[in-house]
Every structure is written in structure tokens, then in C-alpha cells.
Write a protein that binds this ligand. Sequence first.
Ligand SMILES: O=C(O)CCC(=O)C(=O)O
Length: 297
Amino acid sequence: MSGVPRFRICADSGLPGAALEAWRRDGLLVIEGFVPPSDCDALCQSADQLVDAFDPSEVATVFSTHSHEHAASEYFETSGDKVRFFFEENVLDDRGLLTCPKALSINKMGHAMHDLVPAFQQFSYHPRLVTLAAFLGLDNALVLQSMLIFKQPGIGGEVTWHQDGTFLLTEPQSVTGFWFALEDADLDNGCLWVLPGEHHKGLRQRFRRIGGTLRLEDLGAVEPFDLRRKIPLEVPQGTLVVLHGRLPHYSEVNRSARSRHAYTLHTISASATYLADNWLQRGPAMPLRYLSSGEPV
Ligand SMILES: O=C(O)CCC(=O)C(=O)O
């Protein structure tokens, strides 16, 4: 239906060679049935418990997927080694109080659940992911960040077209995104959209620290995304979409009465240089860990 090939892991032989060809050609790889439904449900339950325990009055930041105003916020900038919660737009009133139930107001949670929360750790460093990273030839992958994107019913905001390398850059480029559908994702509840093959064109923007402030800057030379070629990825629960760091992707507002929870991990190569002006900087107290062994660098 979508024009993007879909694969399944075969117990005996893993993925076919065609999957590697698709990955190199398209800059993305769709693997249905990658995660068992019970593992998806367990992660959602752990996320619900974290949300229950979270006191929203601690947070004065509204995370907006439309602007980068949040970038100025200390809360966002220091979340790389924590579990923090970011609200949807327009859910706080003038006094900073929530106008709808807490559990339905959270846009996303990030950015270090994979190193701080046992259920997320188990999911993120799972042997099936280690095997896949080896198959894709990802060199010495380190797990950089994790996000739970809630895409709440009726309110879950749009994620504008972007390349992950805009936000997390290494030299040479090595950022790889792993997007897990924890629930079915379709056109009504805000599935991912992709531009297969556009990763060959280069990086269009960078979000980086300039003079103490985080800013989004155009890199100039690269042509605009060709949105006429956009393809929706309607996928069932348990699907993994692997995204090259320069592959443009997007998701719509969730207009349905169903949530569309997704979990994302971003890895980088330990052999590449992680740029010092990226927003996410982990201190020495919590070094990044290898995907393959869980050992710190
Ligand atoms: O889940 C979504 O809606 C978008 C996620 C995304 O863009 C990302 O993880 O980079």
C-alpha cells in the first residue's frame, strides 16, 4: 500500500539481504512484528506508572512541537540524563495550571529512560536490537537518547518535518533512529510519514548551541524536501521503523479517539565525534552505554 517494503524477522535466518538494500536505498527500514505485543504493553504500563508518579506542578515548561521556544528552557536542556515530561501546547492556563487531565496532557517523556528505568532498559538493550544493529552494520552503537511519544487522543500534536541529524549530529553522521509502534499507528491517529531516499540529499538544518543559546539554523546548500513524495507508514503494534539520521520524517496531529504511543531510541557510533554544540550533553556522571553490552564508554 505504501510503496515502502516491509520485512519480518525470520526465526531461522533473520532478515533477507533485500532488507539491507532497502535500508541503503531508502534510508529507512520497516520491520513488522519486531517487538511482541506483550513487550509493547509492558513498556506502556511502565510509562503510565511514571506519569502517575509525576507532579505536573514541578514543570513550568510547555513543550511546543511547532516552535523551539522551549529550547531556552533549562528543563529541556538538562533532560539528557533524566526522565522528564513535556506537555502538549495549550494545556496550561495563565496560572500554569493544567486544563485537562495530566495523563492526557503529556506530549512526550525523555530523554534517558533507557538508562534509568528498568522496563525501558530491558526493552532498549534487548538482544533482538543488538542483532539488528549488527545486521545494519552500525558500528559500535551507543544509545544516546530515548523518548516516549504519547500522541494523545484528540490532542497529540504534529511533529513537523525534520531530520534527526538536525538535533543530534556526529562527525561523520552516524545518528540512527529506532521508532517502535507501541500501539497501532494509522492516518487517523497520527502515523509517521517519510520521504524515502531523501537522506542522500544531506542535512538541511542544525539545532545547536550558539553563544549559550540553542538555535535552529539553515545550512543553506541542500535543496528543500520534496513533499510530493511523502508516504504514510500505517503500521501495527510491534513494528519497528529504523530511520537514517538524514531521513526526513513527520507525523500529523492525532484527530482520533485513540492514542498512538511510540517509543524512540537514537544511537550514535562510538567511533564518530559527537559534536560539542549539540543540545544533549551528558555529564561524566552518566556516560553513554554500548547497545551491544550495556557497558559504559
Ligand atoms: O513519533 C512521532 O510522531 C515522531 C517521532 C520522531 O520524529 C522522532 O523520534 O524523531
